[in-house]
Write a protein that binds this ligand. Sequence first.
Ligand code: ZN
Length: 321
Amino acid sequence: MNRILSIILLLLLLGCNRNPLHQKIIVLDPGHGGTAETDSYRAGAAGEREEWVNLRVALELEKLLAENGAKVLLTRRDDTHVDLADRAQLAVDNRADLFLSIHHNATADTTVNFPTLYFHGYADENFASVRLAQITGEKLRSHLFNGGGPVVVASDHTIFPASGTAVLRESYGIPGIISEASFFTNPAEEQRLKQPEYNRLEAEALFDAIHTFFASRQPAIREKNSLHDLPPFAVFREADRMQPQAKNWHDFAAEAKDFAGIDDEDAWEMAYTLASMSIRSFPDSPVARDAHLTRAYVLDKLGRGDEAESARTIAEQFYVR
Ligand SMILES: [Zn+2]
């Protein structure tokens, strides 16, 4: 009898282990909330607000995860304000296995539309979150973009150079990312994001990513600044990145490369300025990594070796290919 019981127990245990989401504590954080009166730029041209889309996707994802055995906690369930520190604290207090902040992106160039995933700090130190970001980027590309187009996986220090984002900084140590599935500043994308079916499709992509992440062993997370500690590279503030000149991010980067190729000190200075402008306008663009490498190249030419080394480390640590 005892033997039969043990076999049944063993089978039950094996059955549980086959589901990678079983008992996993997952904190979902729908970005923003309750800012309609105070914020005008986190809305598409047709008036759909990012915070509304974020919440709809999170509620759909919660259903999928809970149906599959995960324990899901949400930082908000309606259109209200929640402090950034409290969002991270929920994950820390509940010893979460994963933290996912759900956002949608904005930029001055309304033609732009692709997924962006942020991890905190340096890629070499925060490997588990980088892996989660890479998987999520691939799933969003295949579920929402027919497998095509760019995906940017970047450190949150690219957009908040001094200290990264509060939610990822305060929950550091838990595998965590900010997912920006697409750009609500793209008018066609805004129309799609208004549709609950499309929100469901995004939730399925995120579910697929989380499931895949837990299905294999997770890499470790090292202590912050244990390998690198760079001076911040200043970029335009969020609202300023919506200014008209910021639309030239792509041309600035391309022209910088052209000037870098001319054997002349003034041309290198010009390349440096243009590459810096491209990064400041759109610090998480698909060409930002390249623009940092252009800066590194001309800084070496100009005899500024230390700055060149910093620029190269930023390209390698803050932008994962
Ligand atoms: Zn956002």
